[in-house]
Design a protein around this ligand. Structure first.
Ligand code: FAD
Ligand code: UDP
Length: 366
């Protein structure tokens, strides 16, 4: 066999695996079905602006080893994500913090904000939240749920908030300080010039073949390597044996505008259902750009249909149960290894994908 490892997918998971295995002396090849490397962190240069082609990507982590790891390949800027939300004609700060509480209720002290939330969460009668709606009300009260969460979430997931898992809303910090940083993590930023430099450095000595779908000739690809690392959707790998898992997909509408500053912020969330999109990204603000033009992207969520890209696993209990059956199959044949957002069916951020890949390499090369 020509290769020790064939890696299916050149996203962050596949790229970190390829880099680390090559460093350990293994012969590796990547195949990628898209016409570029990097998976969803890929950026395209349009009018000298690094456009995050698959949605806003902000790196944030508490994991120092992962932060040092990515910084050993590229330099990061000091970007701090502080999105704003538009709801019924008014602007609110995110994540939920003293600025938001002041804009909504006029309160100025943390004590008054806390009392307001306690008062509004009494409707739960101390019940442990077991869905996103209850979780949101217990964290921030009904007013914020109705003003900033309900409609956005139903657009994003195509499901009622009471049918979604609670953990999704726990991604967002709730803070009783006037601090609009969207993340609590110690380290945050964006690679200067976008993510392509990171992926290119990871893959600098690695053979990559693009525009190749593994499933078009699985037998052949399996025959050229001792092991296969698969980073695509797990249900597809097992030919939907236990049924198809649900995924949310997105449509991105990119537009170049002849203005230097369209919305004054990288991320503006559109809460109201009357807008079919959930957010508008203005990419130049990720890099403090001074270009004359600007590029914006509207994000339209949709249910995955055949031919779409897979973006978000829907980790409700129904899908998690199906996933666990697929997971049991992954250990049957040690020729195949699985990892990343789609193969592990986990709502992973970038740092978690890198951590998962570094752990798998450690396990693989003892
Ligand atoms: P992917 O990037 O999906 O890579 C998988 C690759 O495999 C793809 O390139 C795909 O084309 C290829 N592939 C699949 N099947 C096949 C096949 N059959 N044959 C050949 N190739 C195949 N994370 C953050 O930390 N911060 C953020 O701000 C952030 N924002 C996000 C915004 C959006 C809209 C989305 C969708 C995700 C965001 N993420 C963010 C998450 C981040 O994108 C992922 O954690 C990470 O990119 C996943 O890497 P991966 O390698 O697992 O998957
Ligand atoms: N969310 C919301 N209103 C907002 C922003 C987020 O209700 O203005 C909810 C929504 O359910 C979303 C979840 O919080 O899916 C997680 O938000 P995050 O920004 O982490 O989503 P991602 O960037 O991964 O799409």
């Amino acid at each position: 066999m020509k290769y020790d490892y064939l890696i299916v997918g050149s996203g962050l998971f596949g790229s970190v695996m390829a880099h680390e295995l090559t460093k350990k002396g293994k012969k590796v090849k990547i195949i990628e079905k898209r016409n570029h490397i990097g998976g969803n962190v890929y950026c395209e240069n349009i009018d000298d602006i690094a456009v995050h082609k698959y949605g806003a990507h902000i790196f944030h982590t508490n994991d120092k080893e992962v932060w040092d790891y990515v910084n050993s390949f590229v330099e990061f800027n000091r970007y701090t994500n502080s999105p704003i939300a538009l709801s019924k004609g008014k602007v609110y700060n995110l994540p939920f913090n003293m600025n938001t509480f002041n804009q909504l209720w006029g309160v100025v002290t943390p004590l008054d904000a806390k009392n307001k939330i306690i008062e509004q969460s009494l409707e739960l009668n101390n019940k442990t939240p077991d869905n996103l709606e209850e979780q949101a009300i217990s964290l921030v009260g009904r007013d914020i749920f109705e003003t900033l969460i309900k409609e956005y979430t139903e657009k994003q997931w195509g499901r009622e908030c009471c049918d979604l898992p609670a953990f999704i809303i726990k991604r967002l910090p709730v803070r009783f300080t006037f601090d609009n940083n969207y993340f609590n993590d110690k380290y945050q930023g964006i690679p200067i010039g976008g993510y392509n430099g990171l992926i290119t450095s990871l893959l600098s000595n690695i053979e990559v073949e693009m525009n190749v779908d593994y499933f078009d000739n699985k037998k052949y690809w399996d025959s050229i390597a001792k092991k296969v690392i698969y980073t695509g959707p797990i249900d597809k790998f097992f030919d939907y044996k236990f049924g198809a898992l649900d995924y949310r997909s997105l449509q991105f509408e990119h537009e170049t505008l002849n203005v230097d500053n369209f919305q004054g912020n990288a991320v503006v969330n559109y809460i109201d259902k009357k807008y079919a999109f959930t957010r508008i990204i203005e990419h130049k603000h990720f890099d403090f750009g001074k270009q004359d033009k600007t590029v914006i992207t509207r994000e339209y969520p949709k249910e995955y249909e055949n031919g779409d890209e897979y973006y978000y696993p829907v980790n409700d209990s129904k899908n998690n149960q199906v996933y666990s059956k697929y997971k049991d199959l992954t250990s049957i044949d040690d020729k195949y290894l699985f990892g990343g957002r789609l193969a592990e069916y986990k709502y992973y951020d970038m740092h978690q994908v890198i951590r998962s890949a570094l752990n798998l390499v450690k396990n693989e090369i003892k």
